[in-house]
Design a protein around this ligand. Sequence first.
Ligand code: KG4
Ligand code: ZN
Length: 342
Amino acid sequence: MRVLCIETSCDETAAAVVRDGRQILSSVVASQVDLHAHYGGVVPELASRCHLEAITPVIAEALERAATPLAAIEGVAVTRGPGLVGALLVGVAAAKAIAYARQLPLIGVHHIEGHILAVQLEQEVAFPYLALAVSGGHTHLYRVDGIGRYQTLGRTIDDAAGEAFDKVAKLMGLPYPGGALIDRLARDGDPRAIPLPRPLLHRDNLDFSFSGMKTAVLNYLKQHPEAAAGDRRNDLAASFQAAMVEILVAKTLRAAAAHGLERLVVAGGVACNSGLRAGLAAAASQAGLTLAIPSPPLCADNAAMLGVAGAAYLSAGLAAPLDLNAVAAWPLDTAGLFPAAV
Ligand code: KG4
Ligand code: ZN
């Protein structure tokens, strides 16, 4: 079964063709990052307009690279939410138009559902597992009992991890989105050079709070303006990243222990972070847990990640009506299309 997948939830216009929910035949991502970098963050109206211009050529390229004519596509999976509603609507409208014109079943997939199942495109991970979803909009711990069966165990009570990376990067004078740039600077810095807080680290719960990290870095920079440049900038990046990694690793391990889960999956753009990958690998190995993290292109926003849930739902005969609408806010717990008892 070849599924055409479409993702436009934020600032990447993406389309992919995925076979049988396992094999990526093509994955095309047109990034708007350069456009938004100009404004220091994603401008929703500009994102929608850019998606509109890019969506048709991106889908055409995905089909061409997969050597798959539309006639050979058996279903369409699209990110229905959460995200910027104007951006989501472009992908949803394109998916509905193709589904209507070609009489194909349509499936609306949750963006984070896509992220946490992306790993299945590269390796088999048995259910149940603990998923840490870390992106620009999410920092959530989920129990995943199967495709379509998700339970939130913990979440950020304010900023998402990616948001914290981007805000701190901005304070350090780095362009948007700065997460990857902090990662690069941190490689040549001393993670113990600058003392930064670890909010909620020792609280006996599975929630995160990252808004204080930005304030701590802001206060530090006010007292030490020299840390925004030169070697001290590397130290600041490394110290900030070390704090983020310590918190994310500790809460993930705590969640796995509390819920008796032996397999960990990490997903979303922040899962590209080299410090987080290394920190989790060390902690998982010490705790005797299995760790699976997709390769970086599958961690960042892409359309292929929708192919896993898309194929499963379509194979089960599920299809969304053609009045499917985009949803800006949508808890993952209610998004899975398979009931908990299945
Ligand atoms: O999943 P994603 O591509 O889009 C959303 O769904 O939000 O995640 C984007 C986020 C941004 O905040 C970006 O700065 C962050 O992921 N990011 C990183 C790295 N690469 C991307 N953060 C830290 N280290 C990285 N290497
Ligand atoms: Zn994402």
